[in-house]
Design a binder for this molecule. Sequence first.
Ligand SMILES: Cc1cc2nc3c(=O)[nH]c(=O)nc-3n(C[C@H](O)[C@H](O)[C@H](O)COP(=O)(O)OP(=O)(O)OC[C@H]3O[C@@H](n4cnc5c(N)ncnc54)[C@H](O)[C@@H]3O)c2cc1C
Ligand SMILES: *[C@@H]1O[C@H](CO)[C@@H](O)[C@H](O)[C@H]1NC(C)=O
Length: 357
Amino acid sequence: MSLDHPLERIIIIGSGVTGLTVANLMRTEFPRADITIIAAETPTTASPSADYASMWAGAHYRPIPRSSHQLEQEFDMALRTAEIMKEIAKVASEAGVKLMPGVEYLEDPPEAVLSLKTGDMYAGPDDEFRVLEQEELPLGVRWGCEYQSYCINVPVYSRWLLDRFLASDGRVVKHRLTSAAEAFEFAEKNGLGKVSTIVNCSGRNFDRDGKVKIIRGQTVLVRQEYGKTVTRQNHDGTWSFLIPRPLHGGTIIGGTKEIGDMEERPRPQTRKELLRQSVKYFPDFVDSVEKFDVVKDNVGRRPWREGGYRIEVESINRDKKILHGYGAGGRGYELSWSAAEKIVALVKQATFIGPKL
Ligand SMILES: Cc1cc2nc3c(=O)[nH]c(=O)nc-3n(C[C@H](O)[C@H](O)[C@H](O)COP(=O)(O)OP(=O)(O)OC[C@H]3O[C@@H](n4cnc5c(N)ncnc54)[C@H](O)[C@@H]3O)c2cc1C
Ligand SMILES: *[C@@H]1O[C@H](CO)[C@@H](O)[C@H](O)[C@H]1NC(C)=O
């Protein structure tokens, strides 16, 4: 097939978790293709912007039950990704992925979770899913559960993906493009040759797709460590969560979900509130605000898209195609491997069918 042709050239825009995962998977699927990432920011960027979402994630895996989900496809994508993440945790502990229990507390549970029973599959096969007993629930919580999840130290993991790609002959060019289509010209002008396939994993920065919105997230990184990830959803719509970062990366205390809020600086009042809530809801972690060993405040913009993750082909003409992989919202890590598999499948298809698409 043509992708095995040594001259096949592919450009991936973006080196967030989406672009990096696609790049790694392509390296194994298309061993002879020439693959370049073009990205404004990469895991080696010293002070990443709020727009580079991958640097600001927790990140944990928190399933959203199939039945309560308007985008059913994501449930399966999360299961598939978990399968691969578990394998990475097992064979490459330096990647910063670690299996650990996940706990959820809901003050206001939707119907869909109330029907779940201990033993149901929630996060994957053998996830030890268990609905908590009434007497195990903290004050104010009406429903809770426990299961096997995983957490990711995101700076470490992103760097690991980047290094693996570079070590397998991948190329990374730091450059800010004005549009995805500009990548075709940029490649020719900069000696990368004629490129027929561009994969658009740009998060939100081109700002062309009116369906892309941002959801601001502010969190606090503290030095203290914890052995599980806990999420509490409150009646008033606020969230409180703890996400340990493996390999002694401390713990993320979160977090806000502020739609369309462009404030790039951390708000001191928000930090205070997050720490106060952590003490109130998770006293077995750190039992007074004064005791927190704060490393830093984080602000990131989740690249959310109305209608969901966009994974599809757009044909510019006979021999120029753009494949999209953006709009992961708050789930870019936990959907990453499955998203990459879908994108790679589309590349294969697009290259086979060629002009007919
Ligand atoms: C507070 C917070 C908590 C989160 N927690 C979790 C979690 O627990 N689990 C989870 O799975 N997800 C979580 N997320 C979401 C996750 O961070 C995102 O879904 C994910 O990082 C999106 O990755 P991406 O690669 O699509 O985009 P990004 O990470 O935004 O990457 C975009 C890339 O494209 C490049 N780019 C953009 N525009 C241009 C341009 N014009 N020219 C060249 N390059 C360009 C950028 O430089 C960057 O390299 C969280 C996010 C936040 C903010
Ligand atoms: C590429 O991705 C961006 C999101 O960053 C989106 O706005 C845009 O419509 C996509 N396509 C093109 C051709 O730029």
